[in-house]
Design a protein around this ligand. Structure first.
Ligand code: PCA
Length: 193
């Protein structure tokens, strides 16, 4: 049976003009590793990003949801193992929100584990010749928020949810990865899902 994978990238934030997560996601083929892909750009805004993913998922009914964001300063493509129930922003999001030390969801678990095979994904990325490691922290900004809200929503269901942080693009940061390598890493990671 056809498998469906919803993959998202974020819009630019924090003064950058573009976000390599969406640049890479938007250039993926329409089918990868047996999955039909639906690609969406989502806003770097607490709460709203996850809402837009949920709206797209309602429509597309994916088997797997994979969100992709940039983590400037990282030198590898990093599937995230865990999302924590904390919003702690160093900079405002794209709607001007800057929560500090707040819960994502009150009276909910402290953390959720991602429900995609993060170790196999990191291995697949390395097998493609791109630096790849599992990350144990997605931070406490909008990326973590989105992963937490999606894992909370789909807890106990068959819909699997994951997140991949990618390095900055070469013109953005001293530590970076060419976009073609990021795209190759995403293709490899999707194929391991
Ligand atoms: N990275 C940010 C939010 C959007 C993005 O691409 C983060 O790591 O939280």
């Amino acid at each position: 049976m056809e498998k469906r994978l919803l993959i998202t990238g974020f819009d630019a934030f924090g003064g950058s003009e573009e976000n390599p997560s969406w640049l890479a996601v938007s250039q993926l083929p329409d089918t990868v590793g047996g999955f039909t892909l639906k690609k969406c750009m989502i806003p770097t805004v607490f709460g709203r990003a996850a809402q837009e993913v949920l709206a797209a998922a309602e429509d597309f009914q994916p088997d797997v949801i994979l969100c992709v964001g940039v983590a400037a300063g990282r030198d590898a493509v990093t599937p995230e193992r865990i999302a924590v129930n904390i919003r702690d922003a160093r900079i405002p999001d794209n709607a001007g929100n800057q929560p500090v030390g707040e819960f994502v969801v009150a009276d909910a678990p402290a953390a959720y584990f991602s429900t995609v095979p993060v170790a196999a994904m990191a291995q697949a990325i390395r097998d493609a010749g791109v630096p790849g490691t599992v990350s144990n922290s997605a931070g406490a900004f909008v990326c973590n928020d989105t992963l937490y809200l999606l894992l909370h929503h789909f807890a106990g269901t068959s819909t699997r949810v994951g997140f991949i942080h990618v390095p900055a693009a070469p013109h953005q940061h001293a530590v970076s990865l060419p976009l073609e390598k990021t795209i190759q890493a995403l293709i490899s990671a999707i194929s391991a899902c």
